[in-house]
Design a protein. Structure first.
Length: 79
C-alpha cells in the first residue's frame, strides 16, 4: 500500500473514532505509546492513548446522532 493511501486510511479511522465515539478505533489508529495533546477549555492537555480513549470517549456523545458536516477542525500528526 502506498504511503499516501495508508495516511488517508489512518486519518479516516481517526475521524471515524471521533464521529462514532469509538475507543476501539482510537486504539486501532494510535501507537500504544502515543501521547495525544491539545488545548481543552481548561488549558493544554496531554493524555496517553488509554486515557484519551477512556476518559474522552465517556464524555463525548456519538456525533452520528447529530447532523455533522464530516469535517475535523484541525488535525496534525507526525508520521
Amino acid at each position: 500500500m502506498k504511503d499516501d493511501s495508508r495516511s488517508r486510511e489512518t486519518v479516516q479511522v481517526y475521524f471515524d473514532s471521533m464521529y462514532e465515539s469509538s475507543a476501539e478505533k482510537v486504539h486501532a489508529v494510535f501507537h500504544p505509546n502515543a501521547k495525544i495533546s491539545g488545548y481543552m477549555p481548561n488549558g493544554f492537555s496531554q493524555k496517553t492513548v488509554q486515557g484519551f480513549a477512556g476518559v474522552y470517549y465517556r464524555v463525548v456523545h456519538d456525533a452520528s446522532e447529530y447532523s455533522c458536516s464530516g469535517q475535523l477542525d484541525c488535525l496534525w500528526f507526525k508520521a
